[in-house]
Design a binder for this molecule. Sequence first.
Ligand SMILES: Nc1ncnc2c1ncn2[C@@H]1O[C@H](COP(=O)(O)OP(=O)(O)OP(=O)(O)O)[C@@H](O)[C@H]1O
Ligand SMILES: [Mg+2]
Length: 332
Amino acid sequence: MNPNDSQTLLIKNLSTHFFTGKGVAAAVDDVTLSIPRKSIVGVVGESGCGKSVTALSVLRLVSRPGRIVSGSVMLDGEELLGKSPGEMRQIRGNKISMIFQEPMTSLNPVYTVGRQVMEAMRIHGNTSETEARDRAVEMFSAVGIPEPEHRLRSFPHQLSGGLRQRVMIAMAMVCRPRLMIADEPTTALDVTIEAQILNLMKELEEKFDTSIMMITHNMGVVAEICDYVYVMYAGRIMEQADIFELFDNTKHPYTLGLLGSIPRYGGVRRRLYNIKGMVPSLLDLPKGCRFSPRCEQATPECESREPELYDAGAGHYVRCFLHANANRGEKQ
Ligand SMILES: Nc1ncnc2c1ncn2[C@@H]1O[C@H](COP(=O)(O)OP(=O)(O)OP(=O)(O)O)[C@@H](O)[C@H]1O
Ligand SMILES: [Mg+2]
């Protein structure tokens, strides 16, 4: 058996660049990332580090001046980068679905939410009206929407933020996709609703055998739900590890900075960055490690060349010279 068969998604050496008037921005730069079956994999990092462009590359929805320049994206062992636009339309929403950050911008205000969920199903399969309605009701119950038959007739503005987000999840799950990409799915919600939505996603992952790519700024969300995590910075993977390794044995100074931003007490929450300085412009990257200008532990070596992604054992990899020597080998 091919060892890649257990991977729902396998991204290899993916690079997606934006060809702007001011130069080429490598928003995703040689990224290798995999999502095994029945797992939730986090992609974290500060704003602008390439999380959404990675997701859009998987869906082949990068728009100009952006373009996937190299790499491979395999879904269940099938290469997506060679598919025709028509084949990709079939795959989106059918095998891969996406939940966006702000549900109001993704739901159409002039149609009922029931109509929209049913449309999502009918575009992608030969489902009759009655069948579509039954499945919509079933999916609304599965995502915990009370009085589902009644709610099908609501318009988006008649629902609370939490309910709208559940509708989005119902739309994303109704075709039982192999992979669901959730880009900041709970950012707009309050903490209690956020916890409910995260639990719900975990339940759906188990029930429907859907793997999840969870994109977030928030290490608290990662701790809550993810099995394995990739930390991105300026288009690169800086550290990757399973959830316990990442939290108990954090290696990269950047990840330590992000972890320092987990809110510890009630009241103050998310996006509390205590990493000094700014994310560099992709058009003017530092010569060495991309994080070196902000890193308190940087040495002259860090400023002169970029570290590899070193193998730290136990499925843990880190792109940092501080951890290069103690390790057994290199990846990539
Ligand atoms: N249309 C565009 N034109 C030029 N550059 C772009 C464009 N879209 C994205 N980029 C570049 O890609 C980089 C990564 O963007 P991306 O949207 O993936 O960030 P992100 O990690 O999702 O950030 P956020 O957390 O704010 O959503 C940006 O910093 C920007 O330099
Ligand atoms: Mg984004």
